[in-house]
Design a protein around this ligand. Sequence first.
Ligand code: PMP
Length: 569
Amino acid sequence: MAEITRAIRHKRFNFSKDSPVKFVIETKIGSQYTLIPENCSLTGIAGYASQPLSNDEQFDIGDILPAAKIIWEGHEYALGRLVIRNFVKKDEKTTLGFSLVDSKTPIDGPLARYLETPRDEAAVTPYGFELNPDKFSIANFTETNQTNVDLFAKCKQFSIYFNQWEKMPKYQYHTVRTPSMGARVNLTRSRPNGRNDYLVMGSNDYLGLASHPEVIAAARNAIDQYGFGSTGSPLTTGISAAHEELCGFLAKLYGKEKVILYNSGYTANVGFVQGITTAQDLIVADILAHASLQDGMRMSSATSRFFKHNDPKHLEKILSDQRNQYAGALVITEGIFSMDGDVPPLKKIVEIAKKYNARTFVDEAHSLGVIGPNGLGGCEKFGVISDVDVIMGTFSKICGGIGGFIAGNSDVMDWLYWLSRAHMFSVSIPPSTAAAALKALQIFTSDKTLLTNVRRNIRHFVNGLRSLGAPLNPEHESTVVPVVIGDEKKLGQMNQVLIDNGVFVVPIVFPAVSRKTCRFRFTVMATHTISDLDYALSIFEKAMQKADFTFKKNEEQKEALGATGEQGY
Ligand code: PMP
């Protein structure tokens, strides 16, 4: 039996020959395979298939599998998502190597007794892969099996890779805007015709409020009154009357007792999940919950589990099997998912959570300002605002700004005030941001044309894409319109046509989504005109022709979407 201490957690271990441990993966098409594990480290696991793998599976390096677990002698441990790193087929035996996305291998738990001393570390070459951007991604640079290496050596390797990647048409990040705002912006990059103006089809400013004159005036006015920054964290000097007014407005809007602010949506999620849970608790989240929620789960000392995307039955199974082993329980989902733009069955999820005495948390980042009778999000759409314990939102979408909020009972908010580290130990948003966000919310709640326009535009754009063959739901309700291309080379070619013709949209590639579901993530704004949208559609059609791209049939596409393993932007 190996003596495994925390000090050597980073090493690689072989499973002993008589180990009863099995490793069960769930594939993208829902089938399950049992693998015999060969070795593992804290962040990866490798094993061979005990039965031939079906051809339908089409395993490939870089694919993300939605769920996996290890089982041994009555124990079961959920590993969450896995990325395929190696795939070796030799004679009848297929060996697969995986990196873990959501959890760590429990090498210092009861599993330890089946692990043998580390294999010869010197035999393993660090970064032993080709630096070809078409084959590898950022994730490949974050692991090494060697000890005593230069901390920065990985950066050198990465920069070779990045320099190649940056020159490819699929690279479309860090695009620099010069003074301009709204749905048409100027970029430092020139189009072939020499122009620098672009139609933005990937902004988070869904209602166009970031450039609304009254919002700008509110920010300007607060700068005159309070100066540039907030000067401190919420518990010290960082709260102004502008912050208090914003909290009061939001609490009233959602009918919740109290609202607290964080300096971003990201920190609100991390801060809430870390702050509210303890080591005795259980967190069960939708597998496609945003990276910030998953990071909060990692930071929390509670046990984390994932339920299949939008699958209340799977949620119920986890809760019925495991709920009683834990003190508190928290169920996490979103009002609209950030990459697929789909809406969860919130009523059912809330009902199940209540049945198992679990509290619910809904991230309304992409749904506030878009769905629900008054545009308040998924909880309003399903009539469950008062049933959902905690509602989260961010000012990065409703008004293209920055800052996050959490709304709930005042006892819970008081707890977070003192125990949520991201709240306590980080500066609050500037008063000008609070004042501008408040103004944006006031405009949004009083001027219904924003909601009417954004919904009209979503319908128009989705119908246009559907007429080009995109397998989108005609009832698609989100400003996030995912158009899966599934082939990074074609995605790059198409992106080149779009950008050359002044349509600025962000292509999404691995590791944000799996390689086979790489996509354009179009976003629709209330301030787009119908002719803006028609122009974007006509250029997209041109891009399809250039790259010789046609959409797959509806069913194939649906399958691809549910299994992306994305963590959002
Ligand atoms: N939640 C979701 C669902 C998101 O998509 C995002 C990022 N877009 C966040 C939280 C983080 O919000 P922010 O960008 O405001 O920090």
